[in-house]
Design a protein around this ligand. Structure first.
Ligand code: SAM
Length: 398
């Protein structure tokens, strides 16, 4: 893609949605709250068109890109559906003048805070505050977009949206999730082992929120392996494999994929007096970004082992670095130097597993006194999370 077009695409967050995902979200949404459907960032009109096909009574679409709106108009004209298309910044729309609608469905723009600025951001953060979320200036556009969207719904209405996994991985994401839980009687997040937006390197959830006006204490997370499992979910045949995402404390998405035994062990380890955070030892000034190209210093395989954006890209904000758990050593300086030297030799020889074993023995066994069984549980948890990331990185590459 030409550079100018790519910059424009990024600036508008224009990553269009796979038709299978569009169908799933519209089918689910119209199943729980049929009638007047709104897509607040409708792009080429694929969500409105799917809603028209499934018998929506009326459609409202909004987008600030005139080219996108033109394609929406053509799509809806072909579908012969009564519709209103609004050429506007969504944050300028007043819910009291447009609403109430039965269903809001779509894929909000993912514009990072560096590009999301000025009056539009000020309006967006003001709207989020109206539904109880104090978002910081570091918030990307999708977060206030969801919170502005819900204000257009009638009591009992539903919201079905593509959202980045940052909803459960970052501070502002969890603030948004808390506000969603305070405004809907049920929140479900569907997650996949594959990547849906390879060119955006973004892990996503499908957000299914129903019962506007109600509230719930936690979001339910359903991991799926295959696309055809989505239709089973719509038919409500498959309700197993659901985890509850805690809204207290730090974001804990990884823990949601582990069993309760492992989660308890992790909580116990973190509560030990020897377990500190990086922040307790000093200030964190820089974050960390790495990825799968020659500019970055680690390989794709290494990068996906840590928190990834969905592919080989790793990103740790300073606030996330601050919370990384560390165990203070009790060994003598000399012993420590020997361990470091041995681990360093292993890493330089490319033997990461040998270096890992040294660290496990010194930190987890000798220092924290973990049993072989507990060590096995932690290693299994690491393998489970690594497998999820590798699966996403593979689907990115394919
Ligand atoms: C992720 S795309 C989604 C397009 C389409 N709904 C889909 O899923 O295929 C985001 C869309 O949001 C539009 N957009 C960006 N900022 C907006 C804003 N403040 N108000 C309304 N639309 C906006 C972009 O022009 C783009 O069409």
């Amino acid at each position: 893609m030409a550079e100018r077009a790519l910059t424009r695409k990024k600036g508008l967050g224009s990553y269009y949605t796979d038709p299978r995902v569009v169908d799933f979200l519209v089918e689910w949404g119209m199943g729980v709250s049929p009638g007047l459907v709104m897509d607040p960032s409708c792009g080429d009109g694929r969500f409105p068109e799917a809603a028209a096909r499934r018998g929506a009574s009326r459609i409202i679409g909004c987008d600030l890109d005139p080219d996108a709106l033109e394609s929406s108009a053509r799509t809806l004209c072909d579908a012969e559906m009564p519709s209103k298309l609004l050429d506007s910044d969504f944050f300028l729309l007043d819910p009291n003048r447009i609403g109430p609608v039965d269903l809001v469905v779509g894929n909000p723009p993912f514009i990072r805070y560096q590009q999301f600025s000025g009056k539009s951001r000020a309006r967006a953060l003001g709207s989020a505050l109206r539904v109880g979320a104090r978002l910081t200036n570091l918030s990307a556009s999708w977060a206030p977009f969801l919170l502005h969207s819900l204000q257009f719904l009638r009591p009992g209405g539903a919201l079905a949206m593509v959202v980045p996994a940052e909803l459960a991985q970052t501070g502002y994401g969890v603030t948004t999730l808390r506000a969603l839980c305070a405004n809907f009687s049920r929140i479900r997040l569907v997650t996949f082992r594959r990547n849906w937006f390879a060119d955006a390197q973004q892990e996503i959830f499908f957000l299914l929120a129903e019962g506007r006006g109600g509230s719930c204490v936690a979001a339910q997370l359903t991991p799926l392996d295959r696309i055809d499992e989505l239709s089973q979910l719509v038919l409500r045949k498959r309700m197993d494999g659901i985890y509850h995402l805690s809204l207290d404390g730090d974001p804990t998405l990884g823990l949601a994929f582990l069993d309760s035994f492992t989660r308890d062990l992790w909580a116990e380890l973190k509560s030990r007096p020897q377990a500190l955070t990086l922040e307790a030892l000093g200030g964190v000034i820089n974050g960390y970004v790495s990825g799968a190209n020659t500019f970055f210093h680690c390989t794709r395989e290494e990068a996906v082992k840590r928190r990834s954006y969905g592919g080989g890209l790793l990103k740790l904000e300073p606030s996330e670095m601050q919370r990384i758990p560390v165990i203070l050593p009790t060994s003598t300086e000399e012993e420590l130097r020997d361990h470091f030297d041995a681990a360093d030799r292993a890493i330089r020889a490319g033997d990461f597993s040998a270096a890992n074993q040294i660290a496990n023995r010194v930190i987890l066994e000798d220092q924290l006194g973990l049993s072989v069984a507990d060590l096995g549980i932690l290693q299994q948890a690491h393998a489970t999370l690594l497998d999820r990331r590798m699966a996403r990185a593979r689907s990115n590459a394919s």
